[in-house]
Design a protein around this ligand. Structure first.
Ligand code: DAH
Length: 359
């Protein structure tokens, strides 16, 4: 048998050609699977190396012509798989590189970060803080007491007669089976909490939530917020009270705000008064908000009743005091014209967002 001495002799004619071809396919397959590239140019080099007319896979296909018929099927399938794999790999490298490129083009590392949306303070908190701030500049410190209180601190020590209507079931929430334990109906109870522990001079403001058994509507709620003020010392007069409240009104509603005091009645003060401020909307000319009067009621106040001082262990012959109490919702309504009390407890973010600027 003569062996053809052809320079271009195919490996397929070799007795072990089939095995060698399969090995070659296998090793190319592995090479292809591990391909990586760092630029479009490198990817093109790989395509040329494997898939161009002079590429390694194309050369294999040329050899395929010489594969004996009975092996064509097996080797043909493998070569096609290799070719598909190589094409897939190169496409994948192209895709990945294209994504990287666009990312790189659009990435501006000097750009400021997206702002993180912080929440806003509740309008009642904003106003409460403002009230605290004004009074702390006048030397008042903060005091707090429990919302679930006993009858003594809310009523008896505050000089409420046993048959006072405020003790009535219709006003007060009672803790079932404990008629002595109630939800405080006003922050005046904190006056008692402070005085029983501290001898004068006492100068505190007491913000907090209070509860009343009322039907919920635009103008009434079963809970709301108050700030109580108390000053007890040796020489405290009604004039001091009036000056402090005038200063508060000017700080809260503006320098041109005026106040007026009308005689009133509270069990825990004598004399007692209610204070109005000149209308925050029409500045006293008369409008819808002040019902044409030019004045808006904002708080109750008076000189601490001697019975209250004595009930709380303070010598009423030596000390005098003044007290005042205001609703935070009321002040907030007047400042921001909130028409419906229910908005304060619904927590609708659209409402809360309106106070962003005041935060
Ligand atoms: N406790 C009163 C209320 O809830 C408000 C009040 C009035 C408080 C007069 C006071 C005061 O300290 O002197 O309506």
């Amino acid at each position: 048998m003569t062996i053809r001495k052809n320079k271009k002799e195919s490996i397929v004619n070799h007795p072990t050609a089939n095995i060698m071809m399969l090995d070659k396919i296998q090793s190319l397959l592995q090479e292809v699977e591990n391909l990586t590239a760092n630029s479009a140019e490198e990817i093109e080099q790989l395509r040329i190396k494997y898939l161009s007319k002079k590429g390694a896979i194309t050369a294999l296909m040329a050899d395929f012509r010489n594969v004996p018929v009975e092996q064509k099927k097996e080797i043909g399938i493998k070569i096609n798989e290799l070719k598909d794999k190589a094409q897939e790999k190169i496409n994948a490298l192209r895709d990945a590189f294209a994504v990287q490129e666009t990312d790189a083009n659009h990435l501006d590392i000097t750009r400021t970060a997206y702002p993180i949306g912080l929440g806003t303070r509740h309008p009642l908190t904003i106003v409460k803080n403002e009230i605290i701030d004004i009074f702390s500049r006048l030397g008042f410190s903060l005091a707090e007491g429990p919302e679930v209180e006993d009858d003594w601190h809310v009523f008896s020590s505050m000089n409420f007669a046993d048959d006072h209507p405020a003790r009535d079931m219709q006003d007060t929430f009672f803790v079932e089976s404990h008629p002595d334990i109630i939800l405080r109906t006003h922050t005046s109870s904190v006056q008692a909490r402070v005085m029983e522990k501290q001898q004068p001079p006492v100068r505190v403001i007491c913000p907090g939530r209070v509860y009343r058994n009322e039907a919920i509507s635009a103008r009434a709620h079963c809970f709301f917020h108050q700030v109580e003020g108390l000053y007890v010392d040796e020489k405290v007069s009604f004039t001091d009270l009036k000056q402090v409240l005038l200063l508060f009104a000017k700080e809260m509603f503006g320098e041109d705000t005026q106040i007026r005091l009308r005689p009133s009645y509270f069990p825990f003060t004598e004399p007692s008064a209610e204070m109005d401020v000149s209308c925050t909307l029409c500045k006293g000319k008369g409008c819808n908000m002040c019902k044409g009067s030019g004045w808006l009621e904002i708080l109750g106040c008076g000189m601490v009743h001697p019975n209250v001082l004595e009930a709380n262990g303070i010598d009423s012959t030596k000390y005098k005091g003044y007290a005042f109490g205001m609703g935070i919702e009321r002040i907030t309504n007047l400042k921001y014209q909130v028409k419906d009390l229910r908005l304060f407890s619904e927590n609708d973010v659209r409402f809360l967002k309106e106070f962003e600027a005041a935060n």
